[in-house]
Design a protein around this ligand. Structure first.
Ligand SMILES: [Fe+2]
Ligand SMILES: [Fe+2]
Length: 419
């Protein structure tokens, strides 16, 4: 198949529609909330509450800016063990270049004013002020969900001086009494209203991100997705590298290569919404579990669509499990629907998945995978993209194994398990 015959979407970016940090971070904080046990909208509501307390307490603009991103990303550590969650949160926020104040706010989030918190048992002034505000903000939201906010304030008062900084508790109570604490951040408020209020508070509304910064944010989120299960360790990064290699081998223009890179990094973002009980299962999935797995590309698309200039990335990333013959998911698209960019990521994803260990099998070698991919060429996967991937791998490694015999027979027994 000649790839030049395949239409490449060339949707021009909206004029003047560059990307703001808050827009991308707010969408990705929504992705974090898809994980087990998280509450949708919690980060956005906590952000509004915390920023109001900080403003009233006279925080500097640097502190306000760091607090804003710390609150949106406070649960990015995505791990049950508190110490590990705080450390991972700090390291990801560092990678996102959010600055040391934001990293410390996340790292000290679970410490208590009286020294009974985790993981350091830090107390009073040893806990950064931003972390103390963030702790109050997350408490107020969690304890007001489905209840009268008065009850959340009551528990805040009860734990003032034990869990919470008493001065900051007074600030929160004073804001409440003046009716300035809960606007657009009650759990009953519409998600979009809350999100718009958070974007309005963006401390850097005028600052637009350059391409390298956007790439770094996408890379950091690829790591968040990959860290969800040890079986997918480096999966998103690996798929992004293979996808970029294919795009380069096909001589796509630089802006399309960048689009492919970002869409591949973020293609499995929707997996944050699938329980690890399913992702790490060592026995065959039930029909109901497969249905859940099949939701993840659609979730990826929904998350990325929240970022104005990412509309095309959202489409491409959301199509990574579609197949040329209509046997893919979630929309059973066919060859005429699928752009070259989507086909590239589909090939890279299958290659990446087959090369990685899974709960039910070990990763396969290049010489085992190539014949399996060739078997699918033109039927499910794009033949030009497969050849481009083989060329890319042969160029970047000492392997030259594209003609190897397949020692494992048909891909059939594996393909249903690639997600
Ligand atoms: Fe994937
Ligand atoms: Fe996937």
């Amino acid at each position: 198949m000649d790839h030049t015959s395949i239409s490449i979407r060339s949707q021009a970016p909206e004029p003047g529609r560059s990307i703001s940090l808050s827009e991308i971070i707010a969408a990705l904080s929504f992705a974090i909330e898809l994980t087990d046990g998280a509450v949708i909208g919690h980060a956005l509501r906590s952000c509004l509450i915390g920023m109001r307390i900080a403003q009233e307490a006279g925080f500097t603009s640097d502190e306000m800016s760091s607090l804003y991103y710390a609150l949106l990303l406070k649960d990015i550590g995505n791990e049950e063990r508190i110490g590990l969650r705080c450390d991972r949160g700090r390291s990801i926020i560092h990678k996102l270049s959010m600055g040391p104040l934001a990293a410390d706010a996340v790292s000290f989030l679970e410490e208590h004013w009286d020294g009974t918190g985790y993981p350091r048992r830090a107390c009073s002034e040893e806990i950064p002020r931003l972390a103390r505000v963030a702790a109050i903000a997350q408490h107020l939201d969690m304890f007001s969900i489905g209840r009268d906010p008065i009850l959340a304030l009551e528990t805040l008062k009860q734990w003032s001086g034990s869990w919470f900084d008493p001065e900051l508790v007074k600030v929160a109570l004073s804001l409440h009494l003046r009716d300035r604490l809960w606007t657009h951040c009650r759990s009953t408020d519409h998600h979009e209203t809350t999100r718009a209020a958070v974007l309005d508070l963006d401390p850097h509304q005028c600052r637009r991100l350059d391409d390298n910064r956007i790439d770094r944010i996408c890379e950091a989120f690829a790591e968040v997705v990959d860290a969800k299960s040890h079986f997918t360790f480096r999966h998103s990064m690996g798929v992004a590298e293979f996808s970029r290699g294919i795009a380069q081998a096909l001589e796509l223009p630089p802006d399309r290569i960048r689009l492919v890179w970002r869409a591949a990094l973020l293609h499995d973002l929707g997996k944050l919404g699938i329980s690890n009980r399913i992702l790490n299962k060592t026995t065959p999935l039930t029909e109901a579990e497969w249905k859940t797995v099949h939701l993840h590309p659609g979730l990826t698309r929904r998350i990325l669509e929240q970022i104005g200039p990412f509309q095309e990335i959202a489409i491409v990333a959301g199509e990574h499990h579609e197949k040329l013959d209509g046997s893919g998911y979630p929309n059973r698209l066919t060859a005429s629907d699928l752009s070259l960019e989507s086909r590239i990521i589909a090939v890279a994803d299958v290659y990446g998945a087959l090369s990685e260990d899974r709960p039910y099998r070990e990763g396969l070698h290049h010489q085992e995978i190539v014949p399996m991919l060739k078997e699918l060429a033109g039927r499910q996967l794009d033949g030009d993209c497969i050849e481009a991937l083989i060329r890319h791998i042969n160029q970047t490694t000492s392997l030259n194994l594209s003609a190897a015999e397949n020692p494992l027979g048909s891909i059939g027994k594996f393909q249903s398990a690639i997600f």
